[in-house]
Design a protein around this ligand. Structure first.
Ligand code: GCW
Length: 698
């Protein structure tokens, strides 16, 4: 269907028509003295947005001075309905004297990407130091209008908390998307870079409206042809993509293949200390910057899941990353080096090796060894984007290393966009986690924004959930995760609920009944999904490879290092220092003791840190086995409830969205029963303990 395409930039007509009429009077014209493409994009967006919401578009005035001239705008036809009236000024302080007058001196703290909005004497002014700041301000004003804020006395100053606010596309040149659940790629087709510029622009608009400022356009697993993206064969087309994103303040990055000097360059080695290898990468960097002057840099998955890396040559991650960083440094480029490094060929009989330890064990010793234009990208948890994991102990542990946290917007382990799972609450838990890096007040969000350790560079990265499906994300409500990620990267203080509400109002319009229902469903969804899939911090009870659906022992005797160790007496992984793998000891300060302790470890992570008897009583008062039964029965019921709640919105949301979501909610309800019965049956057969409440287990 078409409805979902415009996503949260739908700009629904305001329903409250009296207010709407009055407000539209406030925006009779829009003007700027800036002439660049980015401010033009801001103007276009406002004209379209306000025009659609209020039924009367602001007239574009050539210059800010004309717009407010005594006789109103002179350069174009006066707007018949509203005359000169009050309007909108947007742009940079440097180019717009009137913005300098309106804002005076308080603008210094805005930084490169911040903006200020002030409504004064009939003029709504959006000012920034840069065109992209003005664009962010324009999107912010539109967000406020769409969410029905009282804009008569606007006084807003915003700047992003994080420097890097990045999206990773796991798109392949054949058009497939690794872990993609919303159709094929919008960037590639049939082994070519092949895109519709209008669609890329719309993606850029969606991203920029939330504050995203960087995008790596190909899969971190860079295959044969993608390895050549750094060469002249592909750079002209990539430069076209970069030009579209540039207008929206988004820098383009490429995922590279560490072995490209061999596979593409024909060299005998990819050793990072080899002079020819260094020269080869310097030449590639020079070529890239000739085509894309503001190229963002390289994203690197090295020595991870069979990808090549410096280990082959007896070198370490710092040597590998620094070699690439040197090649990019003169051009202002970054190396974003992923820490998702572990042994994926483990013997399940080996009870000592613990995949959860791997990132910390590999990277902590390298603290201080990376160049300033290297940033480490650390997955939010120590394993791999499970429904529930503890926070990676590496976050905050390196004082002299730039860090970004990596989230997964695409729902690989969280229902693959067939189940509803609003992930913002999960990310909030991670961001608010107190690392104790400096005793107190060192939450993850302050680590990655650079303030805890005084780092100049940091931020967020996340794997996108979009594809060529008309509604971008398959499940229409999964758009909320992309939206929420961008908003959190801009401002991690926003609550999950506030973000859900913003998203619902912008996406479905100002009908309160719809917004309230959608917000409630989103806010319940993670807990519902966790209930029927992943009790008490156990993960990986999924089908191998595609990762959809229940399979309790799917990975139990496998090489990927992902076990639950259920036996007749109990379940869970002993990761204590005392008797287990020692992982709990990687945490700082009191956190180590909390997780080490059977008594203090929070219920929701108990089985991640401890092997526990089925009869163990949780803080909730339930035994572990009864908790498993109860949450699975309950989760399946609540999943069915989601379908009913959605059905109550028939006729109130666009039919396309309604139908697409309803089909998914029905699948979720059925599939949740499968999860319930598989998990309950498995643990009943292992433990022999019956359900206290006598419900059906097979
Ligand atoms: O979660 C795993 C995925 C892989 C992915 C890998 C990674 C891109 O199953 O598909 O590869 O993580 O993050 O590199």
């Amino acid at each position: 269907g078409q409805a979902g395409y415009r996503a949260w930039l739908a700009y629904h007509p305001r329903m409250d028509s009296a207010a709407s009429k009055e407000e539209s009077l406030r925006y009779a014209w829009i003007a700027s003295d800036d002439r660049d493409d980015t401010v033009r994009a801001a103007i276009t967006e406002i004209v379209e947005g306000i025009g659609t919401m209020y039924g009367a578009a602001p007239r574009i005035s050539a210059t800010a001075t004309d717009a407010a001239g005594e006789n109103g705008p002179r350069d174009s036809e006066p707007n018949a309905a509203y005359g000169a009236g009050p309007g909108i000024l947007v742009g940079t302080f440097a180019a717009n004297e009137r913005l300098r007058d309106i804002f005076g001196v308080e603008v210094a703290e805005l930084g490169r990407e911040g903006f200020a909005i002030r409504a004064k004497d009939g003029v709504t002014a959006i000012g920034a130091h840069t065109p992209v700041g003005a664009l962010y301000g324009a999107f912010h004003l539109l967000r406020l209008l769409a969410t029905g804020i009282d804009e008569s006395e606007l006084e807003i100053v915003e700047r992003p908390a994080n420097k890097l606010r990045m999206i990773n596309q796991w798109d392949n040149i054949d058009g497939s998307i690794e872990r993609g659940y919303a159709g094929s790629s919008i960037f590639y087709k049939d082994d070519e870079i092949d895109f519709d510029p209008a669609r890329i622009r719309d993606y850029a608009r969606l991203l920029a409206s939330t504050g995203i400022n960087a995008i790596a356009i190909n899969n971190v697993n860079a295959h044969r042809l993608e390895s050549r993206f750094v060469t002249g064969d592909y750079l002209p087309r990539i430069a076209e993509l970069a030009a579209i994103f540039r207008v929206y303040g988004i820098r383009l990055l490429l995922s590279i293949n560490f072995a490209a000097p061999i596979e593409v360059g024909g060299l005998p080695t990819a050793d990072p200390l080899d002079a020819d290898v260094k020269r080869w990468w310097r030449e590639r960097a020079a070529d890239i910057y000739a085509a894309i002057p503001d190229f963002g840099g390289f994203l690197v998955k090295a020595d991870s899941e069979n990808r090549p890396g410096p280990f082959t040559y007896g070198r370490g991650h710092a040597e590998g990353a620094n070699m690439l960083a040197e090649a990019l440094e003169a051009h202002g480029g970054l190396v974003v080096w992923r820490c998702f490094v572990y042994n994926c060929k483990q013997d399940w009989r080996d009870r000592k090796t613990d995949r959860a330890r791997a990132a910390y064990d590999h990277f902590l010793p390298l603290d201080g060894a990376f160049r300033d234009n290297v940033v480490l990208q650390i997955k939010n948890g120590p394993m791999d984007f499970q429904v529930r994991e503890p926070v990676s102990p590496l976050l905050g542990a390196m004082e002299r290393t730039n860090q970004v946290v990596e989230f997964q917007i695409t729902q690989e382990y969280t229902g693959q966009q067939r189940h509803l799972c609003y992930l913002v609450p999960q990310w909030k838990t991670v961001l608010d986690f107190e690392t104790r890096a400096l005793g107190e007040a060192s939450p993850v969000k302050r680590v990655v924004d650079g303030s805890v350790h005084g780092r100049a560079l940091g931020g967020f990265a996340a794997v996108s959930n979009i594809g060529a499906d008309t509604n971008w994300t398959g499940h229409p409500l999964a758009q909320s995760n992309l939206y929420g990620y961008g908003r959190l990267a801009w401002n991690p203080e926003l609550s999950a609920e506030a973000i859900a509400e913003e998203w619902a109002l912008q996406t479905f319009g100002s009908n309160r009944q719809v917004a309230d229902a959608v917000v409630d469903m989103l806010m319940d969804s993670l807990d519902i999904y966790e209930s029927y899939t992943a009790p008490l911090g156990v993960g990986w009870m999924v089908n191998p490879n595609h990762h959809y659906g229940p399979n309790v022992d799917g990975y139990e005797y496998d090489k990927w290092g992902t076990y639950h160790f259920a036996d007749r007496d109990g379940v869970g992984v002993d990761r204590t220092v005392l008797s287990g793998t020692g992982y709990a000891g990687q945490y700082m300060g009191a956190n180590a003791g909390t997780y080490e302790s059977f008594a203090e470890c929070p219920d929701e992570l108990l089985l991640f840190f401890h092997h526990v008897p089925y009869g163990h009583r949780l803080k909730s008062g339930l035994t572990v086995i009864q908790h498993i039964y109860d949450t699975h029965f309950d989760g399946a019921l609540r999943a069915a409830g989601l379908a009913e709640r959605w059905a109550s919105l028939e006729g109130l949301v666009p039919a396309d969205d309604y139908d697409e979501a309803l089909a998914r909610f029905r699948e979720q309800a059925e599939h949740a029963k499968e999860w319930r019965d598989r998990i309950n049956t498995y643990f009943y057969r292992k433990s022999g303990v019956p359900d206290e409440r006598g419900r059906t287990i097979y």
